[in-house]
Design a binder for this molecule. Structure first.
Ligand SMILES: Nc1ncnc2c1ncn2[C@@H]1O[C@H](COP(=O)(O)OP(=O)(O)OP(=O)(O)O)[C@@H](O)[C@H]1O
Ligand SMILES: [Mg+2]
Length: 415
């Protein structure tokens, strides 16, 4: 597998990227009332002062994928608001038309448009209450998709943000969603399952909190949660195993190899018992938790599973590694994921790298970009220093982010 892989990934180092955003348009998105960028290089470097709007551009691209984007934002906080509207205690929205992101994508020679926007829909709640709610809609070539999860059939977007510098130390929620995004890139249904489970769990908690216990309704919810929960656990196990195998067979020469495992009752039980048994166990344990869940949030559900990462060569948990080592481990997982996604699914992800160079020495920084270049990926990088990535100027387009707009600049004019 390694020989074939290295051939397919490195045989033509100068060919263009396999999957890329060729044009990006933002409307009423954060600090951009309107922005259009034409892109033609593997590396898109966004340079600007703090608060100028670099991460906002990356966030817009993250909305070409399923979910709440790289900031895990609420839909309502994204629409451009007018800071200059004084005497207002809260920001004033510029207009009511919502926000939109549209992108022209090239993927292995195929071209298509992905668009996403918010729309208001009237929804009926309990007790005949009717409310207008906002939801995100997605379309490909002007055809509305039935769900955001379908975007995974067209594009994969991966990000590394400064918040992820604490991935191995922060709450398990961060690691779980990191893992679920990795699984989703391979198995589009995983995204649907995870959001269905979250929905069912919320309904279940709501009933238990209301005190208005409807046993047959709880039984039905628990049955569905157990079924979907076991499918989620099985998919996580399968992909962690695949990634470990991939890393084992394709060790990195510079970045530390990681070993991943899952700490979760359901995932562990699947090591030994058939899925049907685990599903019954899951359903029973949910029923047992009914009485305690409001006082004690610890339970055995898949929404408590943790992703454990070990620095393989040293056999040290990632959480005990130095800041730079943790960053290198994270990038090593990202590289292995990107390579295996191409090798196993023929899909090249678009990388959003927000201040990725922090905590990396110059050798590692250059090695990381060289590897991305050799993988023919498109990478969007942010920096406050225009020259930070100047070693890669041949493969880069540089943009200055300033005054709520983004202008292409020629590096040569600054030297
Ligand atoms: N809905 C919105 N409407 C208008 N402006 C917004 C909105 N949401 C955030 N902003 C503004 O966007 C700016 C932040 O942009 P962003 O986080 O992209 O900056 P940045 O260039 O990445 O900065 P840093 O270098 O500090 O990371 C802030 O000035 C913030 O007030
Ligand atoms: Mg930023």
């Amino acid at each position: 597998m390694s020989a074939e892989l290295s051939y397919s990934l490195n045989s033509d180092e100068n060919s263009k990227v396999r999957s890329a955003v060729k044009r990006l348009t933002l409307v009423n998105f954060r600090n951009y009332k309107y922005l259009r960028l034409n892109l033609s290089s593997p590396f898109i470097i966004l340079c600007g002062e703090n608060g100028s709007g670099k991460t906002n551009v990356l966030e817009a691209i993250s909305f070409l994928s399923q979910g709440r984007g790289l900031r895990n934002a609420k839909l309502s906080e994204i629409k451009t608001f007018d800071f200059l509207a004084k005497q207002q205690s809260s920001p004033v929205f510029i207009n009511n038309s919502g926000w939109a992101v549209s992108a022209h994508i090239e993927n292995n020679g195929e071209e298509f448009n992905i668009g996403t926007a918010v729309e208001s829909v009237v929804k009926e709640f309990e007790y005949n209450e009717i409310k207008e709610v906002e939801r995100r809609v997605v379309q490909v070539n002007n055809q509305k998709l039935s769900s955001q999860n379908e975007l995974g059939n067209y594009i994969s977007v991966i990000w590394v943000t400064p918040q992820m510098d604490r991935l191995f130390q922060g709450s398990s929620q961060l690691r779980r969603s990191f893992l679920d995004r990795i699984v989703y890139a391979f198995d589009v249904d995983h995204g649907r399952r995870v959001s269905s489970y979250d929905n069912l769990y919320r309904q279940w908690l709501q009933i238990l909190k209301s005190g208005n216990i409807n046993t047959s309704w709880l039984n039905a919810l628990e049955g569905q949660m157990a079924e979907i929960g076991v499918a989620i656990a099985a998919a996580r196990r399968e992909h962690v195993q695949k990634l470990n195998n991939f890393i084992e067979q394709n060790p990195d020469d510079i970045f530390p190899d990681a070993f991943l495992s899952l700490d979760g009752t359901i995932e562990k039980m699947l090591d030994e018992k058939p899925a049907i048994y685990v599903e019954d166990f899951y359903k029973e344990s949910l029923a047992k938790q009914r009485r305690y869940i409001l006082f004690n949030d610890t339970n055995c559900g898949i929404n408590k599973t943790d992703l454990c990462v070990i620095y393989k060569k040293k056999n040290v948990p990632a959480s005990l590694c130095s800041t730079g080592e943790q960053k290198s481990l994270l990038l090593s997982i990202i590289l292995a994921h990107a390579k295996s996604l191409f090798y196993l699914r023929g899909l090249s992800p678009i990388l959003l790298l927000d201040e990725v160079a922090a905590h990396l020495d110059n050798m590692k920084k250059d090695a990381f970009l060289t590897k991305i270049k050799n993988l023919h990926l498109q990478a969007w990088l942010t920096t406050t220093d225009l020259f930070e990535f100047s070693n890669f100027r041949e493969a880069s387009q540089f943009f200055e982010v300033k005054n709520n707009t983004v202008q292409e600049v020629l590096l040569s004019e600054y030297i």
